[in-house]
Ligand binder design. Sequence first.
Ligand SMILES: Cc1ncc(COP(=O)(O)O)c(C=O)c1O
Length: 1001
Amino acid sequence: MKENNFKKLNYDPKQYPRELKKYYISASENEITAMMDKIKIKKFDDLYSHIDKNVHFDSAPHVTHALDYSELIDHMEALAKKNTIRPSFIGDGLKNYKVTEIVPFVSNLRGLTTAYTPYQPERSQGTLHTLWVYSSTLSMLTGFEAINASFYDRSTTMFEAINTAVRLVKGTNVALVASTMYPQDLEVLKTLAMETNLEIVTVNTDKKNGILEVQHAEELLAKYQGRVACLVFPQVNNFGNLEDVHTLTDLCAKNKIQSIAVIDPMLNATEGLIPPSEFGSDKAGANMLVGEGQHLAIGPNFGGPGLGIFGIRFNDKNKNDIRQTAGRFVGRAKDINGQEALCMVLSTREQHIRREKATSNICSNQSFVATLAGASILSRGEEGMKESHLIARDYAVQMAHELTQFKGVKLAFPFTPFYNEFTLEIPANTKALIEKARVSGLHLGVDVTTRINDGRNLLLVSFFDVHTDEHLESLVNFFNENFEAQENDEDLPEIPETMMRSSAVNLPNFSFQELKDFYTALANQNVSPDDNIYPLGSCTMKYNPYINDWAASLPEFTDIHPQAPLEDAQGCLEVLWNIQEMFKSITGLPGVTTEPVAGAQGELVGLKLFQAYHRDRGEEASRKILLIPRSAHGTNPATATYAGYETKTIEGVEFGIVTIEANEKGQINFKQLTDEVTKHGKRIAGVMVTNPNTSGVFEEDFKKMSDLIHSVGGLVYMDGANMNAIAGWIDLNKLGVDAVHNNLHKTWTIPHGGGGPGDGMVAVSNKLTAYLPGYQIEKSATGFKAITAPKSIGFFHRHFGNFAHKVRAYTYIKALGSEGTRTMSAVSVLSAKYLFEELKNVYPSLPENCETVPRMHEFILTISKETFDRIEKAGTSKATAIAKIGKLFLDFGLHAPTVAFPEQYGLMVEPTESFTKKELDDFVEIVKAIHTIINEHPEVLTTAPHFTPVKKVDEVDANKNLKFFDVLATLPKVHTNIVNPKELSSMPVKDVMKKIIAAHG
Ligand SMILES: Cc1ncc(COP(=O)(O)O)c(C=O)c1O
């Protein structure tokens, strides 16, 4: 290996013990052999011998040729260099502001990047504080009292806001949506609304002024009287024009519908545009806000990850609307000592969703982008935020003057005010001019001709603080070369005072050093799979290679806009094409979409594909039953509801979700399944099954189930969250899978970021390829191009999905190659089986009476009735005992296993392949010690955890007394660990036990 190459990296891989390990597997050959001996197997194949041979790959699938670490560095650099970055005036809903210096710093804090969603608030105050900074600064900028901890991006957030409006305005199912919104966002809304009760109706654009036609909105309100839930409108529209937000908000208030304002918080900073909390002639504000926050944090990254900003009012006049929203919020809390703390509140509608109450299917969100957005706002501070948008504004004003000094070039809407983007009418074909500009070194802007179609050629140009005087000079030069100069002294439209912010935001200002210390302290409050087993079952907390992040941070990847001419984005398309092909090999299925941004969105894509398939056969009205096992992750039934499979019975006929129970082996009850198929027959749309399931058991009857479902014309969705167990071994095509999502943030090593962003690429069978959403990347003799499938169901993402995550996963898979893929999953199963073997005689396991059923990558432990009794006698109820045992793991410097899911009394443990046998043995010692403690000193559970920065957090009280933001004047106080987790995990286990008992007092 050419170690000299390591100099190209922004870190030294030799410093990190797992980084240079083959396939990132830490266990040595000898340790692997010893683990195999323990579970009495001879080779990896034996781990899969209980699975029907007919569903194995005939031979190891060819995924890709593996590269060593040094080759990988060169390869990723070469790929990135296939993109061409040029000065760009493309904005169009994906802005491009400077990335502040705090962003790369925070992006390297592994305590923050690698942690999961803050389910254990005592161990996650770091992540919770980063999100608190995000929601507080956004509240300060927008005036909204409650900002959630993020959705995927602007378009999907709009859909969540619309659904909230429908719940709030009883009896409605129509959303009026401005046609002046970005067309990509409208596409996503249309796709999501398909086959639901919701009707999306667009309000026309006033062609003369390039803003919404208020009169048309009024006509639609009259037409759909009593059925309209909301009006969604932008502050800055798809021509760069400023909408009359006051009139639109008043119109909503007058008609008692919800006003949903689509804003850019950057422009609401001091001296910018009026914040949405002051919209309306009475300044009462809009009801909800939606925005895109990607540019607050990071570069365009070829379109993803984004950051969906969502806000709702929470004040003396309105405290209840928030209960109808989806997503998680971070709220103020207290620990049992009365110390200030934070925890997630109102999160019951997402990952803990009660199946029948589901209002949204989101689980992984965009937490880490929110974290970076909060950090960037603090880093810019009051002056910096103001400066960024004022620079953008000044450039736009200067260019509007200069670019209209050419014959035939004029403002397309000369009477409508704009801010930092504007539309020009030009005397040339816009598309051709954009191409000409590319050749001469510029990404000129966006062709918006068809947004109005009035015979004029229209070009949208956008200005940001990334621009320089040289960029502007080259833009003017380009116009000079193409158009004849002609003086024009017309004034630009002025922005009325009523559209401007009237008071300062008063954001605090901190030095870079202060922020570095703050975020470092927060990172130290979390634990990371870098250091130790992070046994959170179902979440696959494996090692996240540094090289993935380095590759994703190459400027040619981060700085390219997804609407740049694709000739200049060939590196991105090559990554997408490759990963698309890799996942065909990994799954055995012939089609792949790289669009979905999380597992839950992948599920939705799958079900929308099912609907399209049935619709194509004229069966959309009849295929209304989805079969889902009870043990499914909450997102599965939630997705089904969200997709339009509402569970109800009308005149004795069932619709929606039919729940399948487990059999005595912890698998789907095939007898019940057969009965349901007999009963519902051709009314079955499909089935959704996690495999291996959440008990870590491979569904033996999967193939039989697929055949049965197919025999009545239904389709099979496999939740692929647990691919870490079977990748490279099991052929999903042979299993009969029609659609499967792959959580790139689990098996494919993307860091979890404290809750997201994730990625959920979906692979499909031949039946569904024609309907795939978004872009398919095709390789041709002249390069890579993006096409759409012939009967595509539409778009779930405005561009290409979470592109930066594709770079990470691609880098990982290139390090594994075909053999590494199989080895990775085999060692993850081996590690789990080894742990289970060591623990099963101390802890009973769940499902009950299934000890001998082969487990794969994870397993569920519980405690005996006697232990429950002892614990109850010592003051901890049976209902809370398992959650409290989880807290004891924190006392040993670890994260807790997944508690009380999918089994109420279960602790789900998933070790992954990332740890040595020695680390697994140490873990076993700790888990056994916990068993001793809860039997001999069950009273300690009443006070656990003991060494975290805050003590047991009172989440119930936090959910009752909701508080969502602080007006930040200083940095939030960071409590330090009572004992550092690294110190705890390196202490002899016996000493920690003594320390816990002593701490209980
Ligand atoms: C089994 C299972 N299915 C689906 C999901 C949802 O995936 P995501 O969080 O990527 O939306 C999860 C996430 O934990 C899961 O464990």
